[in-house]
Design a protein around this ligand. Structure first.
Ligand code: ADP
Length: 327
């Protein structure tokens, strides 16, 4: 027997990503369209435990579609990892009569939802909000496109300097476990080498390719490194290159947190809107405890308990393309 929902809560949890606001807006307006009462929960699971919850009308999400970050704020919450914490969360929801939850966050936030929905009869729907694009089962995650475009814009600027001085730049982008930001921005910016956690880094091959390019007087050299590359970040790579190729003027640029914020791109606004709409439709139609993904331009509903990090699955063909195009 499917449970009907009438009051739903929406929260953002874990790392923020651009487009979360567009997703909140879509959830609130679709919920209100269907006559549900929609509640915003501040600071993820933390605000849920603290009953930091307020009613959201259509006007409460006006003028946010273009804004990065999240108006609901986000947090990490240790207490929600404990059965006592989750029990408190349930009591809060029960007290307010909230009978469905939309969780916008990464795989950690989804794992929290799995625990919670297994223990209590509160259906949960996940929306993948992460700049890392590291959730299996969806071609898109909310925020990735913006983050990668921010990286591209920054690397293009660095390229101008690299070109003006004939320097080698080693640029570190975000991605502790996943190399998608590095791979996409690296290809889009014409990087000679891209180092990602999914592939073992052959530093000798990197050194050799630079030597070879030096011989051919290749003017601009860019190496893009994901922060989580197993060899180390940009500083570690630079250390080896400076030692082995002292003639090359080498600089390091670590892009850091600029990749998280900023106005979401059209694509991120679009997928956030689409996913937010379908999250509410799922709750209404009894498709519970799933996260909403998009695969081959179709909505895809993956059971939350099947959530896992997309890892180690970057095709070697990508690296071949990088090599050929940077020659
Ligand atoms: P993200 O959602 O970006 O991957 P985290 O991994 O930090 O971020 O997870 C966000 C929050 O989700 C945590 O602070 C915690 O409250 C909750 N959470 C994560 N894993 C679990 C778990 N196994 N059980 C219960 N709650 C969890």
């Amino acid at each position: 027997m499917e449970k009907k929902v009438s009051k739903i809560g929406v929260l953002t949890s874990g790392g923020d990503s651009p487009g979360m606001n567009a997703a909140i807006r879509a959830v609130v307006r679709t919920g209100n369209y269907h006559g549900l009462e929609v509640f915003g929960i501040m600071r993820g699971y933390q605000g849920l435990l603290e009953d930091d919850i307020f009613r959201m009308e259509n006007r409460s999400v006006a003028n946010i579609i273009q804004r990065g970050g999240t108006i609901l704020k986000t947090a990490r919450c240790k207490e929600f990892r404990t059965p006592e914490g989750r029990d408190r969360a349930y009591q809060v929801l029960k007290g307010r009569g909230i009978d469905g939850l939309v969780i916008i966050g990464g795989d950690g936030s989804f794992r929290g939802a799995v625990e919670f929905s297994a223990e209590y009869d509160i259906p949960c729907i996940g929306l993948a909000g992460t700049i890392d694009k590291d959730i299996a089962g969806t071609d898109f995650t909310i925020g990735f496109d913006t983050a990668v475009n921010t990286a591209v814009e920054a690397i293009d600027k660095i390229r101008d300097t690299a070109d003006a001085h004939d320097r080698l730049f080693i640029i570190e982008v975000m991605g502790r476990d996943a190399g998608y930001i590095a791979l996409h921005s690296g290809i889009a910016c014409g990087a000679e080498n891209i180092l990602i956690p999914e592939q073992k880094t052959d530093i000798e091959a990197v050194v050799q390719s630079l030597q070879e390019k030096e011989r051919r007087k290749k003017l601009v050299n860019l190496i893009v490194v994901a922060e989580g590359d197993e060899f180390g970040g940009a500083n570690e790579v630079a250390k080896v290159i400076k030692e082995r190729l002292p003639n090359i003027e080498t600089r390091v640029a670590i892009l850091g947190h600029i990749q998280r914020g900023g106005a979401p791109t059209c694509l991120d606004r679009l997928i956030a809107s689409r996913m937010g709409y379908h999250a509410v439709e799922s709750l209404i139609h009894g498709r519970h405890n799933v996260f909403v993904g998009i695969t081959n331009n179709r909505m895809n509903y993956i059971p939350l308990e099947q959530v896992h990090k997309k890892k180690g699955k970057i095709s070697p063909e990508w690296m071949k393309i990088v090599k050929i195009l940077a020659s």
